[in-house]
Ligand binder design. Sequence first.
Ligand code: PEP
Ligand code: MG
Length: 326
Amino acid sequence: ELAELAKLKAEPSITKDGHRVEVVANIGNPNDAKVAVANGAEGIGLFRTEFLYMGRTDLPSEEEQFEAYKQVAEMFAKENPIVIRSLDIGGDKELPYLDLPKEMNPFLGYRAIRLCLDRTDIFKTQLRAILRASVYGNIKLMYPMIASLQELREANKILAEVKQELDQQNIPYNKEMEVGMMIEIPAAAVIADQLAKEVDFFSIGTNDLIQYTMAADRMNERVSYLYQPFNPAVLRLINMVIQAAHKEGKWAGMCGEMAGTIPAIPILLGMGLDEFSMSASSVLKARSLIRKLNAAEMKLVAEKVLQMETAEEIVQYVEQEVLEKI
Ligand code: PEP
Ligand code: MG
């Protein structure tokens, strides 16, 4: 079976009826990118850059970051997307050297884009490094944890300032670099129609989106019955986000764990998800499944699933009506 999967490394992620999607990988450092290439990923859908900031005693310099981003870009062909997420620190990921005060609810606190919009020194250094690396590959920038249109606009304003500085210094960057955001806060999913007008793409972060939608800690076993990707409320939000992106002619991906989950793939494909980003070890299995499915049929499956009332019913339906029949 492994040998069969290995044959798919250079094959496209295309359904039986010719609908093409992208299967890409989540990484935390340049070394992971090598593993992603070895596993046939068509690019990177999520570079969790916080790992460049962790396990050390000070902030990484612009130069160190530039080298890491460039290195990843150069491992892939020019057209393959490399989505670099700006710093997503806070929550469970701490940076002791920033000396931030302890918070009662770190997952609802000063983290990710909230911190970056406040510590513009840290944010600008990273944006400079990403922009400079953008001439070495198909790099795209993605903001984490956006909750409002104001935050998105503020982040884009800082990005415009950084671009202007680079222009003044005659430092090259890709002026067409796509800029997108994660949808991982329910508020963002609800206003996805408005946000879609001001970004190039969305990537749905289900790890956090499920936690915040269901008000259930993603690490807490006692409430894990609520932490359910197939919960109808979660599925409806995901569908809303994909449709909102498409209405504006933008693409929608997913970089939460759900994107690499076998019973989720038929549903997401049916909803029209354009990009599936997952751990490298899931890439070939996901591609293999996609190549056995029919997109037009999955659209009907998704429509049916969106009317169902429980996660159990949904999973059972996909297993019996889709997975057992291929
Ligand atoms: C997510 O929230 O789904 C996500 C991909 O981000 P992280 O797991 O890094 O919070
Ligand atoms: Mg997240």
